[in-house]
Design a protein. Structure first.
Length: 345
């Protein structure tokens, strides 16, 4: 009988169900997928899954659960496993999808996705997932709530503009839309006040946010969103990993001389990070010589303003990470001062 050296349960998460595949890695490095199961994405389903796994696993070998970060649908199961003391790893979707393409799988289903996740977990050494700190979890809830309110307000404003532009606009419709917009403004302001109050209550968080706000274009809301979405950069090891997590990493397709696709960002990461950096990047381009020069150089190179603005977003995110890790305030004229000191006799 072959010796088992690793056991993994790969979980493909959907809104209503968990599609599961259990696999083993043997001493000769061969992989065997031994069982499949589908359970409801709720407490009873979680408990039945653990009982099922208990019957199949080798008690002498540690078993790890591996799943994708799928919106918010994976969170309940992740917290359940953490409370039960079960080893768990949560992987970014782009890593799984890139790995999936290396497999000889022609049909993509929830079952084959769970098999790919199980294989990925068996082949890789993965970090343990830890739940976000309560302060960051609360911040994330608030920043995402504000984002939803802003989106709803934009929809209402567009509807109001369309109604007013008609030949015979409805006064009652305009009144209702104006009330909706006023309500969204009020609620967004309330949430923003809650965010500021929450930041001021935690001394360490307040210090970090104050430092991040020294970066041109970054205000309390942006700093709070970045920290909330990254859990204070707890699992981020380097800038490359951070840009991949945000979906600001560049993907490019080239092969010989015949295939030469345009380079573009992957957009397979955290959309809230990308969104919160849009306006700060535009502000940095206008007011910070460093980012202004970068933007001008890129526009002159390829002529695409949006592409250059995205590059500034990426640099801004990397700067936020650097400032947070070093705890040294950002200095806009650092390069100019460095040049002057080098030029001095």
């Amino acid at each position: 009988m072959k010796k088992i050296i690793k056991q993994v349960v790969g979980v493909d998460v959907a809104q209503k169900e968990l599609v599961v595949c259990m696999g083993r890695l043997y001493a000769d490095l061969s992989i065997e997928l031994i069982a499949h199961k589908v359970v409801r994405n709720q407490a009873k389903g979680f408990a039945s899954l653990l009982e099922w796994v208990k019957k199949l696993k080798d008690p002498l070998v540690e078993l790890r659960y591996v799943m994708e970060a799928t919106g918010v649908y994976h969170e309940s199961f992740a917290y359940f496993l953490h409370q039960q003391g079960q080893p768990l790893s949560i992987v970014l979707p782009n890593k799984i999808s890139n790995y999936f393409r290396t497999l000889e799988v022609k049909t993509i289903t929830d079952k084959t996705a769970s098999e790919a996740i199980a294989r990925f977990g068996l082949e890789r050494k993965l970090d343990d997932w830890q739940p976000p700190k309560p302060i960051f979890k609360k911040l994330r809830q608030l920043t995402r709530e504000r984002d939803q309110l802003v989106q709803s307000r934009t929809v209402a404003k567009n509807q109001l503009h369309a109604e007013r532009s008609q030949a015979e606009p409805s006064k009652s419709s305009i009144t209702r839309l104006e009330k909706q917009i006023a309500l969204f403004n009020k609620q967004a302001q309330e949430v923003q006040s809650e965010i500021k109050e929450l930041v001021s209550q935690e001394a360490e968080l307040k210090k970090s946010v104050t430092l991040l706000c020294t970066i041109c274009g970054v205000q309390t809301l942006t700093a709070a969103t970045v920290l909330a979405e990254t859990n204070g950069f707890e699992l981020i090891r380097n800038k490359r990993q951070l840009t991949s997590y945000a979906g600001l990493d560049v993907k490019e397709k080239q092969s010989g001389t015949s295939v030469k696709g345009k380079a573009q960002i992957s957009k397979r990461g955290n959309k809230y990070l990308r969104k919160c950096l849009h306006m700060p990047a535009l502000s940095a381009i206008r007011h910070d010589p460093k980012y202004k020069t970068l933007y001008a150089r890129l526009v002159s190179k390829h002529g695409i303003k949006m592409k250059a603005a995205v590059a500034v977003q990426r640099k801004l995110l990397e700067m936020i990470y650097t400032i947070f890790k070093t705890q040294i305030p950002y200095e806009k004229n650092y390069l100019k001062k460095l040049e002057s000191s080098n030029a001095a006799p």
